[in-house]
Write a protein that binds this ligand. Structure first.
Ligand SMILES: [Zn+2]
Ligand SMILES: [Zn+2]
Length: 315
């Protein structure tokens, strides 16, 4: 097989695009794909100040690297969840990337605020760890954006994540969640930041190849709590369809983006922090209250996240 661009031996076969590319041309191809997605779907516009949610995995670290290479200077946010070695290793990889890119990374340490790791918090909340983690992450990332003046939160969800999640929502007709899978979610000034997913049309395999070819040092292990059996089954099924008919996943998501419309929800705002909530207080403020933690004092003192060097809160 030869590279479609330069005729040298190809390193990667991209059936969905009916093409094969050498390492160098694949790197340009993927970066252009991200740039094209950002421009075509207006993910980041003139005047926006983006910040990337980084986990230490291949997708978010590659995305951070690509954005800065494309000229979208972006800082990072990392939420240290206190999942033993996994969180510490992730942090090392992120700090390494921050040094390479010469960008700032906000580090929020769940343990510093709650004195508990996410697994203990989840148990106390009687929620599965992923649900507790999602709630805390969404809250803190939003808070960093609002308090630090970033206008758009950029996440590394790839086409496999999004296609399987959308498939799951369709299967159970979770109509109220359907539009939320879109690659742009608009914000509400002063309350909620805009969220975008520039890797929406890039696959897990492409991102792994990119990270390896660019020597991006990422954590290989998945989060020990992230083994969601259903989503793995959906991913497997979609991969089989993709094998039979290359390009299926791209068609599925592009079709969805064309059809779906953002729904305007009736919103209340948390009386304490202003985060969108249903009822008087948001889930995060309720959690703080439950553990008798004065979050407002913590955030006032440290900034929602002047968390480059997070400090232990005095209770
Ligand atoms: Zn080539
Ligand atoms: Zn609140």
């Amino acid at each position: 097989m030869k590279c479609r661009v330069c005729g040298q031996p190809a390193n990667i076969n991209l059936k969905a695009y009916n093409t094969a590319l050498c390492a160098e041309d694949f790197i340009s191809f993927l970066e252009n794909r991200v740039l094209h997605t950002i421009k075509k779907y207006h993910l980041i516009e003139d005047g926006d100040i983006p910040v990337v949610a980084v986990s230490g995995g291949k997708d978010s670290l590659s995305l951070w690297h690509i954005m800065n290479k494309l000229g979208y200077g972006a800082d990072g946010i990392y939420i240290h969840l206190g999942i033993g070695e996994y969180s510490d290793i992730s942090l090392t990889k992120i700090q390494h990337m921050a040094d390479t890119l010469k960008r700032k990374v906000y580090i929020f340490n769940v343990h510093d605020l709650f004195r508990k790791g996410i697994d203990e918090l989840a148990r106390a909340m009687r929620r599965p760890p992923c649900s507790a983690c999602g709630m805390v992450k969404r809250y803190i990332m939003n808070r960093v954006c609002i308090d630090k003046g970033y206008t758009v939160l950029v996440t590394g969800h790839n086409i496999d994540d999004e296609a399987s999640a959308l498939f799951g929502n369709l299967l159970y007709w979770k109509r109220e969640y359907l539009w939320k899978k879109n690659m742009v979610l608009h914000g509400i000034e002063g309350h909620l930041s805009k969220k975008v997913k520039p890797l929406f049309l890039c696959s897990e395999r492409e991102m792994a190849a990119y990270a390896i070819l660019c020597n991006i040092d990422y954590i290989y292990e998945e989060c020990p709590f992230s083994v969601d059996a259903k989503s793995l089954v959906y991913k497997g099924m979609l991969n089989k369809l993709e094998e039979l008919s290359p390009g299926t996943k791209i068609r599925f998501l592009k079709g969805y983006v064309k059809m779906v419309k953002e729904e305007v929800e009736e919103r209340d705002y948390c009386a304490i922090c202003g985060y969108p909530s249903y009822g008087g207080k948001c889930n995060f403020c309720r959690l703080l209250e439950r553990f008798k933690i004065q979050g407002n004092i913590y955030f006032e003192e440290h900034g929602a996240c002047n968390l480059d060097s997070p400090q232990r809160m005095v209770t």
